[in-house]
Design a protein around this ligand. Sequence first.
Ligand code: PPE
Length: 309
Amino acid sequence: MSFDEMDVETIWMDGEFVEWDEAKIHVLTHGLHYGTGVFEGARCYDTEKGPALFRWEEHLERLYQSAKPYEMDIGHEPEELTAATKELITSQQLPSCYIRPIAFYGYDSLGVGPKDCPTRVAIAVWPWGAYLGEEALEAGIDVMVSSWRKHASSQIPTNAKTTGLYVNSLLAGEEARRNGYAEAVVLNKEGNVAEGPGENIFLVRDGEIYTPGLSESILDGITRDSVIEIAEDLGYTVHDDVSISRGELNTADELFFTGSAAEVTPIRKVDNVVIGDGSRGPITEDIQSTFFEIVERRTDEYDEWFTYV
Ligand code: PPE
């Protein structure tokens, strides 16, 4: 849905609340030319205790960590970003929303070195439904293994959520959609499974759960981390430091994606090979339903994961 069709009016930018249409930057902004921005994507859920930010502290922590390799000084304390986010949600009366904080090198001069370009920081919030469609949560999606490989973590820090990284995600995702699939799975430089363009991936085999380790050129997903903890608490064995070969995707009993936007989305086919019986598998369903029970606060457990607005 286009932003223009949404009922959102305010953006926080460099310490001020500004009108949506006034949240502008110069066309010679450094980050636009060289992809020198770091960002986050988090969700605020509608709960009985009011809007609740899911794992907000971890998202903020990752934002500051992502800035480190670029020697970017965010220049605002995390408490200020939290207060701004809460204010954006309450003032616009959003029961639930997606939250997009971004920090990037701004306008001063061009040239790859950012020199005196100031760091600009903004936070926007808007309603965002199921990332891959509401139906996908139940029915699952068809994915293709992309012909594009993920950046190796020796080429660009893949554990930092950098704007420039996402041209790779665009190539993989659009290739998949052009070919009639909902999403891609991207292999790393070694040819093992890394992740989706905007999701981490999990595999179920013989009742146990597997997900590529952090050294497989993946983003250290916060939903990934949450799902590992949820699955272990449900009694499953989780192997979270493994390499997964391409062929193991085809022979998996179940596969699913995780992400702040994608939440827990089942995968029913890879390159037209049916996974399991081609529908959401029982372990995926167990984890997914527990995930939604938690984020909608239908349980008192995991309360430490929430920041109430
Ligand atoms: N890998 C990648 C490459 C990625 O972009 C995301 C999030 C994840 C894994 C999952 O991480 P986490 O959200 O912490 O569980 N992708 C974000 C961007 C989506 C977009 O289209 O923009 C997100 O889910 O917010």
